[in-house]
Design a protein around this ligand. Structure first.
Ligand SMILES: [Zn+2]
Length: 627
């Protein structure tokens, strides 16, 4: 869930919910709950030796410059050498970052990670000639070489195709140099945002009705206290938190406007019709997918409003439902169920048994090894992730297991990434083993959905059943409707600039307000949106990553369609899903999806998710009637 950056450009989605970090009063470390990094490098000294050798190898890679067009054999030799250096760099980087995360305060571990980052930068510099040279060799000659060398085609064919696709958007050497020189300046809005939002905004202090004193109502405190069961308290939290953002509306507006202008600049000079198509180019994703997602989320608003009305009823709210009523749990259980790591593994195996014996065998193998650093500990990195960096070894996972349902769900989610990696690495050569985020989150969210259905089915009481149904619904609100609304906002603000309009902070808030009111049914009397909260856009860091958040929503829609087909034993559905995971990064994500039976540019997957949401609410209605 957490974003990790690897050499092979394998990046996962950052967590949607802020983690509150490791518990300071942790039990002593039991090796059984720690990973064993000696499978990557036997000792830190072995890492250093491998690092030095790889750095020397990387230094020689520019000697291949100018050889690619000579023959198929020359091209294969050069690509092999680059690939070998990249593979070892991934593994070195993986070890360094895992070792650092064991305790983020240890200086030698921080330094090792810096060395890995420097190695990665050197590798980038020493191979920066590669893409321009392949483009100048040209598609015709590359295809001719592939016809002569089966190995060139099978291992590098897709990679080459992906590079050649960029030809119409690649400029002459002089223009490319100008763009490269400007890139640092164009990346600054994110820094400005981060300095302001995470450093200089003077977050207020606040007292709650039970005497709780919040010293600093920052993002993490807001994420916690907005769930307050006392309605006056959560309104107070909203008013204080958004009140301070409102004061910086102009500055955040200037910062986001600059980000939008930077993206428009790139689209224009690279000859893309608009910023959206530029952003989607990396994944070769048709704009139609993005626009269909937005259209289908809008078509699903009656279902979303049904959920909001249910929420209002269950929270016992008289009068208008407010935006500050979204976060408290609709169902609380007096004794929340507890899940140890062993319980979570057992449930994880049971839940994913629908994927068949191959998946189960892999998950068992993973659980029996020491692949996880699973318990919270002082100094340990917060959050959760799966690291796939060591292609020849196995994935590693970092969790902060707290024995609650969220921990169980996170474990099942991250192991979804891990088994995806195992299936992929077993099937694909290193060169096509890096899957896109678009596919990655489908593998993990599918597991979360299967888990949610399993917990509803196996709940020991009505209260427990309702709790799980509520969790399932809230996941759809935050992952599908909220992220699509963000995606629609990004589209709207870019289109304003493309039409020649200017974007001030006030104008951004007006656009955001329009969307918030529309999604939450303000004009239909479903929710009353206080315009004071329409500065929420200021708080979303993802708007500085380009058009990115839409993938949360598409992944969830895909997961809903896949899990429904698998749970209802639709012929071939399970095998097609597993085949998609095995295909790794061997084709563009939209094509991999199609082979698995889903067209993400069609309404079907989004409708499957809406159907799922209604089904969860039907079950709640039925249970509520039993009262
Ligand atoms: Zn994930």
């Amino acid at each position: 869930m957490k974003k990790i950056v690897l050499v092979a450009a394998l990046a996962f989605l950052p967590a949607l919910n802020a983690s509150l970090g490791a518990d300071a009063a942790s039990p002593p470390v039991n090796p059984a709950y720690m990973w064993d990094l000696s499978e990557l490098y036997a000792t830190p000294e072995a890492w250093t030796a491998a690092h030095d050798k790889t750095l020397a190898d990387a230094g020689k890679l520019d000697s291949f410059k100018g050889t690619l067009g000579k023959s198929a054999t020359d091209m294969l030799t050069a690509l092999n050498a680059i690939s070998a250096a990249r593979k070892e760099t991934d593994r070195l980087y993986g070890y360094a970052s895992l070792k650092r995360d064991e305790d983020v305060n240890i200086a030698p571990n921080q330094e090792r990670l810096q060395l890995a980052q420097a190695l990665s930068a050197t590798l980038g510099e020493k191979t920066s000639w590669l893409t321009p040279e392949i483009l100048s060799v040209g598609a015709e000659k590359v295809k001719a070489f592939e016809a002569q060398s089966a190995e060139l085609k099978s291992r590098f064919g897709f990679v080459l195709d992906n590079i050649l696709r960029a030809a119409p958007h690649t400029l002459g050497a002089e223009a490319e140099n100008v763009i490269a020189s400007a890139s640092n300046v164009l990346a600054q809005p994110d820094n400005i945002y981060s300095t302001l939002a995470n450093g200089e905004v003077p977050f207020p202090a606040l007292s709650l009705s039970d005497g709780t004193k919040i010293e600093r109502l920052d993002q993490a405190a807001y994420a916690h206290y907005r769930q307050a069961s006392n309605r006056e308290d959560r309104k107070k939290v909203f008013d204080a938190f958004w009140g301070i953002w409102k004061k910086y509306e102009g500055t955040f507006g200037a910062s986001l406007n600059t980000q939008v202008l930077a993206e428009e600049f790139d689209a224009k000079v690279r000859k893309h019709p608009n910023a959206l198509s530029d952003a989607l180019f990396t994944d070769n994703m048709p704009e139609a997918v993005y626009r269909q997602l937005v259209a289908q989320a809008n078509a699903g608003l009656p279902t979303f409003h049904r959920y909001l009305k249910l929420r209002k009823k269950l929270l016992g709210i008289k009068g208008d439902l407010g935006y500050y009523d979204m976060y408290p749990s609709m169902f609380t259980i007096s004794q929340p169920p507890k899940f140890t790591v062993e319980d979570s593994e057992r449930i994880g195996l049971d839940v994913t048994s629908v994927y068949g014996p191959e998946y189960t065998a892999m998950l068992k193998r993973g659980f029996s090894g020491r692949w996880m650093d699973v318990l919270p500990r002082k100094g340990k990195q917060s959050g959760a992730y799966m690291n796939p960096a060591a292609y020849d070894v196995h994935p590693y996972l970092l969790l902060n297991h707290n024995n609650d349902y969220e921990s169980l769900s996170t474990l099942v989610h991250e192991w979804g990434h891990a088994v995806h990696t195992m299936l992929d690495d077993k099937t694909q050569p290193y060169e096509t083993s890096g899957y896109s985020t678009f596919i990655a989150e489908t593998a993990s969210i599918s597991n979360e959905m299967l888990l949610n259905d399993y917990m509803v089915a196996h709940a020991k009481s009505k209260a427990e059943k309702l709790f799980y149904l509520g969790e399932g619904l809230e996941l759809i609100r935050t992952t599908f409707f909220r992220q699509t609304m963000f995606g629609e906002f990004q589209l709207a603000i870019h289109e304003e600039v493309e039409k020649g309009q200017a974007l001030s902070g006030k104008h951004l808030s007006d656009i955001y307000c329009g969307l918030l009111k529309h999604y939450y049914g303000d004009d239909k009397g479903v929710t009353k949106i206080d315009p004071a909260y329409c500065v929420e856009w200021e708080f979303i860091p993802h708007f500085y990553y380009g058009f990115y958040v839409y993938q949360y929503a598409t992944s969830m829609a895909g997961a809903a369609a896949f899990t429904n087909a698998i749970e209802t034993k639709k012929p071939g559905a399970r095998d097609r899903f597993i085949a998609m995971l095995k295909a790794g990064g061997s084709d563009y994500p939209i094509e991999l999806y199609k082979k698995a039976g889903l067209d993400m540019a069609s309404p079907a997957p989004y409708q499957a998710l809406i159907k799922r949401m209604n089904h969860l609410m039907d079950q709640i209605d039925a249970l509520e009637k039993q009262k």
